[in-house]
Design a protein around this ligand. Structure first.
Ligand SMILES: NC(=O)C1=CN([C@@H]2O[C@H](COP(=O)(O)OP(=O)(O)OC[C@H]3O[C@@H](n4cnc5c(N)ncnc54)[C@H](O)[C@@H]3O)[C@@H](O)[C@H]2O)C=CC1
Ligand SMILES: O=C(O)C1=N[C@H](C(=O)O)C[C@H](O)C1
Length: 250
């Protein structure tokens, strides 16, 4: 069987360099390009890349995906910064290239995907819920893509269940003291040397609390998800949001 021809964008970055090694080590894949900032995107077509793993920055990702989709190259995207407007733009581009697949995964680690799933399931049973994400201090965006997605899933679950707004008597607060409001869910971002990527979902009800915590201790935690994404995206046209769509979680 022929190997999947894979390119990595952001190949010198923290996660990109790990992804380069993971693709090189995968028996069913061939690394055909490893591009960094300033490299020509034409290398992707010249090298015959079938799938691009996009791990750059929120400022670069849209131009890169525009190029990939126009050239029918599938993409597995870990880069953060997704808004409804950006997703709508992607869907417009994809409608002009109906056989191309794009997976956007706010988090590639199985533990983080399960954290989101468990938080979504638990959300309607508790009066209060807040999200705390903790990352290395070199991270450029806050709150994290994972925390934003977690809060959105929680908010959707609570809306569907008809939950009342969360209790919060705060009358005066310093700016930021109650975190960012993501769809009615407070999200707090901590940046600390020594950390990599961590998240807690705190749920509170009458006389009890539930804490769901996940820790990514090394970038290797993201690699099985990236490789799964590469294998699945080539047969999944259109936009897929969330690695859970490629996992049998039920
Ligand atoms: N979905 C997930 O599971 C994960 C997502 N991430 C996300 O991946 C992104 C990258 O994270 P890090 O590796 O920590 O950042 P980083 O700053 O270490 O790496 C980004 C790399 O992309 C390069 N770059 C920027 N623009 C480029 C362009 N136009 N073409 C090619 N390369 C370009 C930069 O020079 C840099 O080497 C962030 O958005 C981060 O949040 C990070 C870890 C896991
Ligand atoms: O920048 C990071 O490091 C990470 N980014 C992603 C996010 O913003 O959720 C995934 C993970 O948390 C690591």
């Amino acid at each position: 069987m022929s190997k999947l021809r894979v390119a990595v964008l952001g190949a010198k970055g923290r996660i990109g360099s790990e992804a380069v090694r993971a693709v090189e080590a995968a028996d069913d894949m061939e690394l055909v390009a490893a591009l960094g900032r300033g490299d020509q995107l034409e290398t992707l077509t010249e090298s015959g890349a079938q799938v691009v793993v996009e791990l750059t920055t929120p400022a670069s990702v849209m131009d890169n995906l525009d190029f990939c989709i126009r050239h029918g190259i599938h993409a597995v995207v870990g880069t953060t910064g997704w808004s409804d407007e950006r997703l709508a733009q992607l869907n417009t581009w994809l409608s002009g290239s109906p056989e191309t697949g794009v997976l956007i995964a706010p988090n590639f680690s199985i533990g983080a995907v399960l954290t989101m799933k468990f938080a979504e399931q638990a959300a309607r049973y508790f009066e209060s819920v807040e999200v705390v994400e903790l990352h290395h201090p070199n991270k450029v965006d806050a709150p994290s893509g994972t925390a934003t997605r977690t809060a959105q899933l929680i908010a959707d679950a609570r809306r569907k269940a008809g939950c009342a707004p969360q209790p919060d008597a705060t009358a005066t607060a310093l700016d930021g003291a109650r975190g960012a409001d993501v769809d009615g869910v407070p999200v707090h971002a901590i940046r600390l040397r020594g950390l990599l990527a961590h998240q807690e979902v705190l749920l509170g009800g009458e006389g009890e609390t539930l804490t769901i915590r996940h820790d990514s201790l090394h970038h290797s935690s993201f690699m099985p998800g990236i490789l799964l994404g590469v294998r699945r995206v080539v047969t999944t046209p259109g936009l897929t949001f969330g690695l859970e769509n490629f996992l049998d979680l039920n």
